[in-house]
Design a protein around this ligand. Structure first.
Ligand SMILES: *Cc1c(COP(=O)(O)O)cnc(C)c1O
Length: 396
């Protein structure tokens, strides 16, 4: 088998890239996949080698063949200067912030940001003397008015993973770069397959690998891709200085998940959209938040910048009593009630962000529920929800 260079792999369509990247049978005794290599100490054959640190891997915390294989595959689909691996999606949000901010800096964060990222800003960054301003996710180029002389970073997430506002990333990047601020984007919803973060100028592209990349609800992991070699060096230094590592088993499982990610998304995206359309027609549903729906407020931006959709979206129900919502959700056969998403199984999770949104108050008349659509037959999912709605009605 001929080994393709990174330049050759970059010319491939994503599905082929996900198959050939991050493996080299020559290095793994001919086996198709890289082995799980575990290790702390790396031995040097001679004093000269040791003094020159002449080794492909200097020490376990610097990576090993298994983690390197995953980095390579992710780097190939992100198209940036380099990728670091971290042990959770949350850490993929926090480590780049620690890499690019210092005491006295100011940062702008979208009000629709993943809640634990918000907690990190409020609890840790503020203690380190970093000031955070939350902004309306729909602000676009208007974000210029929120910049201060010390604004060093803008954190974006599009669409928001509960409320699904689509941000105008190119407009925000334009404003930020004109003021020498870096732009971070939590791109977990679309993945690099459906949103080319670096192509739009995003400096740090963040993935919760826990979701679609790993894809089977059995791994916690994350990654950050840097747009330029300088940004990558800064990121790698922060990761190294903090001592951040991921387990080889998790890297192996995530690489295994990546092999089928394009295929899963090609099924799950349209399946989610069909379920969103079906829910929209239900009398119990007040509105559906899914940017691929033609009448969604974020549809124009989504259509302009994204090349596909994943299978996560939300609905607002007409007001019902909590007991009635429980009657529906407690007895579903296919939809589990739990956090996280991106696996092969469907989920339905109530959420309420009214207590912490600060720039854009969040008010709904009825309860809001987030759906993740897995790989089940859609007829089964529709029947499950239809029965749930009937239970909800009966419980009044
Ligand atoms: C789940 C999630 C994360 C965090 O991932 P974990 O691996 O659960 O820490 C970050 N951002 C978004 C948008 C997520 O949905």
């Amino acid at each position: 088998m001929r080994k393709l260079t990174r330049e050759q792999r970059a010319k491939l369509k994503p599905r082929s890239r996900l198959v050939v990247s991050g493996r080299n049978p020559e290095d793994s005794f001919g086996f198709v996949n890289p082995p799980i290599v575990r290790g702390s100490t790396v031995l040097y054959p001679t004093l000269d080698d040791f003094l020159a640190r002449k080794a492909r891997f200097a020490y376990g915390t610097y990576g090993n063949p298994t983690t390197e294989a995953l980095e390579t595959a992710l780097n190939d689909i992100e198209g940036g200067a380099g990728v670091i691996l971290v042990p959770s999606g949350l850490m993929a949000c926090t480590v780049p912030l620690l890499a690019c901010l210092k005491s006295g800096d100011h940062m702008l964060v979208t009000d629709s940001v993943y809640r634990p990222t918000r907690d990190f800003c409020d609890k840790m960054l503020s203690r380190l003397g970093i000031e955070v301003t939350y902004y309306d996710p729909l602000i676009g180029a208007g974000i210029a008015s929120l910049f201060k002389p010390n604004t060093r970073a803008v954190f974006t997430e599009a669409p928001g993973s509960q409320t699904f506002e689509v941000q105008d990333i190119p407009a925000i990047v334009g404003v930020a770069h004109a003021r020498s601020a870096v732009v971070l984007m939590d791109n977990t919803w679309a993945t690099p397959l459906y949103f080319d973060a670096h192509g739009f100028g995003v400096d740090y592209s963040i993935q919760a690998g826990t979701k679609y990349p790993a894809g089977h609800s059995d791994v916690l992991t994350g990654s950050v891709s840097a747009r330029t070699p300088e940004l990558f060096q800064q990121l790698k230094d922060a990761k190294q200085t903090l001592g951040v590592i991921i387990a080889s088993e998790d890297a192996f499982l995530t690489l295994r998940g990546l092999r089928t990610m394009a295929l899963r998304l090609a099924h799950q995206g349209p399946a989610g959209l069909e379920m969103a359309r079906w829910l929209k027609e239900r009398p119990e549903v007040a509105r559906v938040m899914h940017p691929a729906l033609e009448d969604d407020p974020g549809h124009a931006l989504w259509k302009r910048d994204f090349t596909g959709c994943s299978s996560l979206f939300s609905v607002e129900l007409h007001p019902v009593r909590r007991e009635a919502l429980g009657a529906m959700l407690n007895e579903l056969s296919f939809f589990g009630m739990g956090a996280s998403w991106g696996g092969y199984e469907s989920l339905a999770l109530p959420f309420d962000c009214s207590s912490y949104r600060s720039a854009t108050p969040w008010k709904t008349a009825g309860p809001t529920v987030r759906f993740h659509i897995g790989l089940e037959e859609l007829d089964d999912l529709k029947a499950d929800l239809a029965e749930g709605f009937a239970r909800m009605k009966a419980a009044g």
